[in-house]
Ligand binder design. Structure first.
Ligand SMILES: [Zn+2]
Length: 162
């Protein structure tokens, strides 16, 4: 960020106690912390936690995790429930934070959650957003998920930590 988002003045780096050098607008007399998006991605498990849901989207053959952006004013937890419902029609009975990673290409902080669905029916999958949704065993999911992806790192971390 080079210019103040409020007034357009060129930002300068200024020391902020405990934070280091932060972009500062002299005209507004305000620190302007770098702006980024926040998104959630979900490891959705079936009720007995033996299977994991992977989806394909946008005409690609890659198996990925359900994901979406957090709306302004919304908590990460409610974004998790909303996105899973919107894309798969599945209700969640529980969710737990797994891990996060910053994704530079879209300037997004991705928060990953492991969730348990209330049922296994995929009849409610939103075919406008999702090309294919399939349950895989935990071992299959490990193999089938898109290689070298953020989704794969999240999934392996989750599967290997127990
Ligand atoms: Zn300003």
């Amino acid at each position: 960020m080079k210019y103040c988002p409020e007034c357009g003045t060129a930002l300068v780096l200024k020391m902020l106690k405990g934070e280091g050098e932060i972009p500062y607008c002299g005209k507004c007399a305000q620190f302007r912390f770098p702006v980024f998006s926040t998104a959630v991605s979900m490891i959705v498990q079936n009720p007995d936690k033996t299977k994991i849901l992977l989806i394909q989207q946008y005409g690609r053959q890659d198996n990925i995790l359900v994901a979406g952006y957090v709306s302004k004013g919304e908590s990460a937890e409610s974004a998790v429930r909303r996105e899973v419902m919107e894309e798969t029609g599945l209700e969640l009975v529980s969710l737990e934070y797994n891990r996060s990673e910053y994704f530079p290409r879209s300037n997004t902080l991705m928060l990953n959650f492991a969730c348990v669905a209330a049922g296994e029916s995929l009849d409610g999958v939103n075919n406008e957003e999702v090309d294919l949704a399939q349950w895989f065993t935990r071992d299959e999911a490990r193999e089938k998920i898109r290689p070298e992806s953020l989704a794969k790192r999240f999934l392996l971390y989750f599967l290997d930590k127990k």
